[in-house]
Design a protein around this ligand. Structure first.
Ligand code: NAP
Length: 248
């Protein structure tokens, strides 16, 4: 689908990749962008960049009432970008409790599930449209220092594949974006070198425009990591398994 003339909704639009999505969507000629965030005030500077095409929306993807309200308000969306995410960077066993693990599943799995269920019917009405899901290489390989985040992204990858199959009959494209460490608030917890948000976002939106109805590997670092993973998945996992959570 073409980005020019599209009507997009970006979750977590105040974050590193979220802001880059909004900026790049504007550059590529999106007609309207619902920039959503939990805290509306965090969008103030972003909204100044294109007041005529940006619509702010308060949206916590874990809140069913706010998701329903977003679907009512943004009923003309043709491109849903499930970008919001949360990573506690904790171990599975060493974390003090399971609160963060549950929150990761709420934000990274149940959130995009709720959003796609709410927005699916309106995408059908627009002739198909597209859903773009921000996954992670950690959906394919487990990083013990972000154990429960990895598990939540693996769940999201599985969900993405089922969504793609279910939405195919209404011609909705479902693009899953794999990415490795990127320079954002979340990414600063990961090793250098890191990709720029623009590199990830450009490849993701190129995939939407090319009609790539599958997972893509965004950015050169991600493609390098995927090559190494594909060459020897066990060796790749063994390397990741050396990165253990920090002990208190
Ligand atoms: N950075 C990386 O290295 C990397 C690599 C692979 C994949 N990803 C994925 O890329 C996506 C964007 O992350 P980022 O790197 O841009 O990190 P970020 O700068 O920390 O942004 C995360 C965004 O998600 C929002 N968010 C968290 N919980 C939410 C909720 N319940 N409802 C709505 N929004 C919520 C945050 O909003 P608040 O400001 O309100 O917390 C923030 O806008 C995530 O899905 C992440 O898993 C990132």
């Amino acid at each position: 689908m073409k980005i020019a003339g599209s009507i997009a909704l970006v979750t977590g639009a105040n974050g590193g990749l979220g802001r880059a999505f909004v900026t790049e969507l504007l550059k590529r000629g999106a007609a309207k962008i619902y920039a959503s965030a939990r805290d509306g005030a965090s969008l103030t500077d972003l909204l100044l960049s294109a007041q005529d095409r940006l619509v702010p929306l308060v949206l916590d993807v874990t809140d069913p009432d706010q998701v329903a309200n977003a679907a009512r308000t943004a009923s003309d969306v043709t491109l849903l970008i499930n970008n919001a995410g949360y990573a506690a960077f904790q171990g599975a066993i060493s974390a003090p409790n399971m609160t963060s693990a549950r929150l990761e599943m709420e934000v990274n799995y149940f959130g995009p599930l709720a959003m796609t269920r709410a927005f699916g019917p309106m995408l059908a009405n627009s002739g198909g449209g597209a859903v773009l899901n921000l996954l992670s290489m950690l959906a394919l390989v487990s990083l013990p220092m972000a154990a429960t985040y990895s598990a939540s992204k693996a769940a999201f990858l599985s969900l993405t594949r089922s969504m793609r199959a279910e939405l195919a009959s209404q011609h909705t494209l479902v693009v899953g974006v794999m990415a490795v460490q990127t320079e954002t608030s979340m990414g600063i917890n990961l090793p250098t070198p890191r990709m720029t948000p623009l590199e990830v976002v450009s490849d993701a939106l190129d995939a939407v425009e090319a009609g790539t109805n599958e997972e893509i590997y965004a950015g050169s670092l991600t493609r390098g990591a995927f090559q190494a993973f594909s060459a020897d998945p066990k060796a790749f996992q063994a390397r990741m398994s050396t990165r253990l959570p920090q002990q208190a």
